[in-house]
Write a protein that binds this ligand. Sequence first.
Ligand code: ATP
Ligand code: MG
Length: 176
Amino acid sequence: NEAIMETFDTLMPKAMEKNLSLNLSFKSGIPQNVIGDPLKIRQIMMNLIGNAIKFTPKGSIAVLVDRATYEGDRLRLHVAVKDTGIGISEDKLPYLFEPFYQADHFMVRQAGGTGLGLAITRKLVQLMDGEIYCEPNPGGGTIFHFHVLIRAESMSSISLPETNMEKMPEPDDSLS
Ligand code: ATP
Ligand code: MG
């Protein structure tokens, strides 16, 4: 989960530039320091949070590690990345993870990109024996859910207090 923290450090300035709040939380009882595959997890988080920032003109992005279930000696972590952005219409959902797919929306055209992010993300999730899917955020925007299987040994037996990082930049009217 250091990988998640690192991703936050990298992406926080981008979020702040757009006055978006970026929040990470762990449901209580979820081990916070487990041995994963930091490179893959980092890449997955970068893509999902990067998209969330790109496609959210205002509001917030929340990353919630919301469930952990044991499978033998391994741990399945369930993560949700929620944004309050432009959303994705229901009929587009089946295509999102196809290589080069990009929705026809001015913010998407403006942002550029290649449409490969989610295709790569899905591959990485599958390499970790997991699945990823997307649903509309009932409050507007998008929620990406994924789960991955990681080795379960704790790096320390100390239970950490619940993390709740939140950055709320001051509103700045000079930004569009
Ligand atoms: P790249 O990741 O290669 O820079 P991209 O971000 O456009 O380009 P993907 O990450 O694969 O490509 O996403 C595919 C498409 O899914 C996007 O172009 C956009 O239309 C839609 N999409 C992805 N994430 C979101 C989101 N959080 N909110 C709204 N639309 C999204
Ligand atoms: Mg992308």
